[in-house]
Design a protein around this ligand. Structure first.
Ligand code: SAH
Length: 276
């Protein structure tokens, strides 16, 4: 392998873009976007960030993943693109929805960066749980409601074992489920079967922090009757716990009542270039 002098190599900025509202971007990421040569972005990043906040001369590559719809850019392609541009000496911003380290493939990217001795920085972003909690008026660890919060996923129904279900049905920790709107019915059933308390509420937040946000909420025992089985617009986040009831009292955003998509669907094959 040809090992280039570090000076000839570029640098990779692994940055979180926040959950939707473009103004939730950090100043640090904004500054890098304004200097970037190449931006390699996930699907769940606002177009406003790419069109208005990013260097007009930067090349923008879309490498989304969307499991339910079956279209995604393979992680190996993403890794290759990052390495290829960095080895050309470019400043590459790898933008991820929400925060870099929550339910993302950042580890794979870190491994290839290390292997290729490419310099990098990691910049956090507002993860969906925190964005949704704020924009739905749900303090996640509100006094006398909960003393901890857990970030979980249930995108496959065999992900959590029975003893874990029992434990999360019993706990007073606030539970936040990512990537789990397709399995919501089963998730509620499981928690009810394991005897979750009658004082627990659930809030389902579609397209949180965007102008298309919708929040559906109810006591966990009444939710399905109230809202029925339905297809939620991606991305959707689920918050369960006593705190979810606070939404009724403290919400400050009206529902959009829209089922339009804020984020564009992913490219069918490989990746898409919106600006070369
Ligand atoms: N790294 C991201 C999470 C990626 S996993 C973060 O820190 O937020 C993708 C999942 O995140 C989605 O399936 C959804 O559950 C959640 N998500 C991301 N953005 C969201 C948004 N604006 N509204 C609701 N859920 C969102």
């Amino acid at each position: 392998m040809l090992v280039l002098n570090n000076k000839n190599k570029g640098k990779v900025i692994l940055a979180g873009a926040g959950p939707g509202d473009p103004e939730l971007l950090t100043l640090k990421t904004l500054r890098y976007l304004q200097k970037a040569d190449v931006v390699i972005t996930d699907r769940l990043v606002s177009d406003v960030i790419l069109e208005e906040y990013t260097n007009k001369d930067a090349q923008v590559l879309h490498v989304g993943k969307q499991c339910r719809k079956g279209a995604s850019t393979p992680q190996s392609t993403i890794n290759e693109l990052i390495v290829e541009y960095a080895l050309q000496g470019k400043l590459v911003v790898r933008l991820k929805g929400g925060d870099v380290s929550i339910f993302s493939n950042v580890l794979d990217e870190l491994i290839v960066l290390k292997e290729n001795q490419i310099e990098y920085e990691i910049i956090p972003g507002v993860t969906a749980a925190l964005g949704a909690a704020a924009y739905a008026g749900i303090p996640l660890t509100a006094r006398e409601h909960s003393t901890a919060v857990r970030f979980l996923t249930y995108y496959k129904t065999d992900l959590l074992d029975e003893s874990y279900w029992k434990e999360i049905a019993d706990t007073n920790d606030t539970l936040v489920f990512y990537m789990s709107s397709d399995t919501l019915g089963s998730l509620i059933e499981k928690l009810k079967n394991f005897g979750i308390g009658k004082d627990k509420h659930i809030a389902v937040i579609e397209q949180a922090t965007t102008v298309l946000q919708n929040v559906y909420s109810a006591n966990i025992y009444d939710y399905m009757e109230k809202w029925g089985p339905q297809e939620y617009v991606s991305p959707t986040l689920i918050i369960i716990g006593k705190v979810a009831a606070l939404h009724n009292q403290f919400k400050w955003q009206e529902n959009s009542h829209s089922k339009e998509n804020y984020f564009k669907p992913v490219a069918k094959n490989g990746y898409a270039v919106s600006r070369a």
